[in-house]
Design a protein around this ligand. Structure first.
Ligand code: URA
Ligand code: SF4
Length: 210
């Protein structure tokens, strides 16, 4: 419940802001209630020297168990697209707006629940530090949650996808759908179209990095 618990990760930030120090401190974050039911903090992953940062929504079921971002089905879609457009994994830092898995239980299954505004705000200090330390040339916002969290509530994926977006987050800021949109496609044909559109949206990033 908002109000009943703290809603700010700031008190948990370490004195030293290296990626290693941030990751270790985030493991003990109690900045909002989401740590209670999740397995562990899922911090961003990638080298400090990464030239591009991909920002998703929150870890999914697989990520929660593994402790690493984008290692489940959505991550496979991301990897496939990166390979197709020729973006080197070593140049990529992947992270999420929210670092703990928010879910609803349906029997034994844990179903993704879109993080709430106060959870996003609570967790934002971690993302701000990641952006400051990695200082990527390009930022790719994956889906509406990431877009709204960083660019404001008027952000629309449909309007911005594959285009450069006016923002001082990085030299190039762009957006596309969340790769889970590909997984939700109702049939093979729709899945193929979603996959292709997602891949095309990343070409602008590949060009900047080339
Ligand atoms: N979806 C996300 O937004 N992030 C992950 O890490 C996995 C799935
Ligand atoms: Fe901290 Fe973010 Fe986890 Fe909330 S979701 S406990 S703010 S790391």
């Amino acid at each position: 419940m908002p109000g009943a618990e703290p809603n700010d990760a700031t008190p948990f930030l370490p004195d030293r802001h290296s990626l290693k120090a941030l990751r270790e401190a985030a493991a003990g974050c109690r900045g909002c209630h989401l740590w209670r039911h999740a397995t562990q903090t899922v911090f961003g992953e990638g080298r400090k020297a990464s030239r591009v940062m991909f920002i998703g929504e929150q870890p999914g079921d697989k990520e929660d168990r593994a402790g690493a971002p984008f290692v489940g089905p959505a991550g496979r879609e991301l990897d496939r697209a990166l390979e197709e457009v020729g973006i080197d994994r070593a140049d990529v830092y992947v992270t999420n707006v929210v670092k703990h898995f928010a879910f609803e239980e349906r029997g034994k299954r844990r179903l993704h629940r879109t993080p709430k505004r106060f959870e996003i705000e609570a967790c934002k200090p971690w993302l701000e530090e990641e952006l400051r330390v990695v200082d990527p040339e390009a930022v790719v916002l994956l889906g509406a949650t990431a877009g709204k969290a960083l660019l404001g509530p008027s952000f629309r994926v449909t309007r911005s996808r594959g285009q450069p977006i006016e923002s001082d987050l990085a030299q190039l800021v762009t957006a596309t759908v969340h790769p889970s949109a590909i997984l939700r496609a109702p049939d093979d044909e729709a899945r193929y179209a979603e996959r292709r559109a997602f891949t095309e949206d990343l070409r602008i990033v590949a060009k900047v990095l080339a």
